[in-house]
Design a protein around this ligand. Sequence first.
Ligand code: KG4
Ligand code: ZN
Length: 340
Amino acid sequence: MLLLTLETSCDETSAAVVRDGRHVLSNVIASQVDLHAKYGGVVPELASRRHLETINPVVEEALSAAGIGLEDLDGLAVTRGPGLVGALLVGLSFAKALAYGRGLPLVGVHHIEGHILAIQLEDSVAYPYLALAVSGGHTHLFRVDGIGQYRLLGRTVDDAAGEAFDKVAKMLGLGYPGGPIIDRLAAEGEPGDIRFPRPLLKKDTLNFSFSGVKTSVLNFLHKESKPPIGERLSAVAAAFQEAVVDVLTQKAFRAARNEGLERIVVAGGVACNRGLRRRFQEMAGPEGVKVWFPSPVLCSDNAAMLAVAADEYLLRGVQSGPELNAVSSWPLENAGQGLG
Ligand code: KG4
Ligand code: ZN
C-alpha cells in the first residue's frame, strides 16, 4: 500500500510517501524555524499561514521525490492532533479535499503515536516496549503493546522537557529553538561545581516536573555577577542538560523495570539530544535493556512517522470521514481507533 502522509501540527510542514508502512520513498520537511525565531517561540497564527503557503509545494516535492503521481496512491494519512488547531486544520483540510477528490481512504493519526512508532521505519522493534516521548509539547512514558495499544505510565506535571530546553536557552540569550543550541554548548563543557535539582527523581512516581529546574537556572543566573559567557556558559548548559537527562533516563529505566520490559524506544525532538542518547546507551547494558533512537530526521516532526500506524489502520478498515476534525489535546490511550 502506497500512502501519502501529512503533518502540520506545529512549525514544520511535512509530506511523505511511504510504502507498506515501512519503506520511506520521500519525507519532505519545510521548517518554519526562521519565521518564529525572532519571537522566541512558535506564533500560532503565523504558523497556520505559512503551512497554507507551503503545503502544496511540499506535497508536490514529496510525490516527485518518490517518483510517483497522485494516481499511484492507495491512501492518505494526516496528523489530527494534538497540536495547534489552526496549523492542524491546514493539513486536515488538504487531506480531506484530496481524499474526496481522488476517492482515497483517509485516516487521522495521533501525533505522539507517530513519534513512538517512527522507529519501525528503520528497525523492526518487537512489541511490547517502553516509549519515552520527549518533545516540545510532551514528556510521556507509555507502554506500547502494539499499534493502537498504549498505556500511559507517567507524564510531566508542568513543562515538557523540550519546552524547558527552549526556555532555558531563552534565559541564556541563545535563540530558538534552544534544544540543539544547549546540546552543542553542553558537548563543549562540564558542569563543574554547578548542579541543578532533579525534581521528583527520588519520589515514587513516574511523573516528571521540569519547571523547577528552569527556575533554578533563573535563580542561579540572578546570583551570578555577570551573564555567563564562554566556558561558564557551556558549564551552565551542561549542568542543565545533565539534570534533565538524569531524570529522563532514570525514570524510563525504572518504568521498564516495573513493567518487565526489555526494550525502550526514545522518540520526539529531544531524542536528538546527544547527551541523552549517550546516557541511555551507557545504562542499557547494566540494566539488561536494549534502547532504540530513531535517526534525528525521524525524531523531530515529520510526516513519514505517521505511516506506521496509518498503514495498519487502513489495512484493517479504520478510516476517517469528512467529519474528521483537529483536536488540540487527545489522550494517546484513545488514539487506537478500535485496534487497542
Ligand atoms: O518533536 P518536535 O520536533 O516537535 C514537537 O512535537 O514538539 O520537538 C521539538 C523540541 C523543541 O523543544 C526542541 O528544542 C527540542 O525538541 N530539541 C532538542 C534537540 N533537538 C530538538 N532538545 C534537546 N537537544 C536537542 N538536540
Ligand atoms: Zn512532535
